[in-house]
Ligand binder design. Sequence first.
Ligand SMILES: N[C@@H](CCC[C@H](N)C(=O)O)C(=O)O
Length: 291
Amino acid sequence: MSALANHAFAKMNGIGNEIVVVDMRDAASPVTPDDARAVASAEGGVPYDQLMVLQKPRLEGTEAFIRIYNNDGSEAGACGNGMRCVVRRIFEKTGQTTATFETRAGLLNCWQGPAPDLYTVDMGRPKFGWQDIPLAEEFRDTRYIELQIGPIDNPILHSPSAVSMGNPHAIFWVDDVNAYDLGRFGPLLENHPIFPERANITLAHIVDRDHITIRTWERGAGLTKACGSAACATAVAAARLKRANRNVEITLPGGKLGIEWRERDDHVLMTGTATFEYEGTFDPALFAPVT
Ligand SMILES: N[C@@H](CCC[C@H](N)C(=O)O)C(=O)O
């Protein structure tokens, strides 16, 4: 029987990014990719973009080791919107206003503020090396990589920036993020051989040096209303190209995020809201083997 059967969950969202939070710090057995897929897609399940599973802390000074599942059952190293939901949940239960969590991408410091309904996650340092993102072949300069779709002499999308924010991102710079069928191009680009671990695909329009608009096709989850790590990746990529300031507001289909790429330590801070929707317990029937 799945460790999730009869277990409590909270359905939340981070500016429209659908998040389920499960606190499994007291559970002996782990959540499996099959469990994660069942929650997202079985009849009576709880559809989500990311499932945030809190496991027992592995390191002193951390609240939990967090495993992040996409709705296709794959695991991600980072999820900015999901982290704000976890943080809100924990802070409301404990009264804390700061906490440190461990994810596969490393340690994340989080705090409430700068206003009571806002949560900030220090998403760590971006990585730009082709092996770190990772890309399948060497690119000395990942501010623009050679990748295009459409006719060779008149590509529809081309020359994205590539960044790792604990997960791989490609950002295509466009004039209008709504002018492209991202539902069609997203899966082609996510699974392009240049991305050996697949990639999150973002369309970004730089409005001015302080404002950027994006839409994202998420690796393992598809079209979402918001992707926090994509907002961070876009902000640092735009600053690297000297087309935006290091402190920008990113508008996503589900809302806005403040992103600061801090000069003094190279860390990326993401600030935004987290919304609680409802809570419940998982029906064991969700995890029953199909006969
Ligand atoms: N929604 C997230 C990113 C989720 C992970 C992503 N789909 C991946 O597999 O890398 C966010 O808010 O950052």
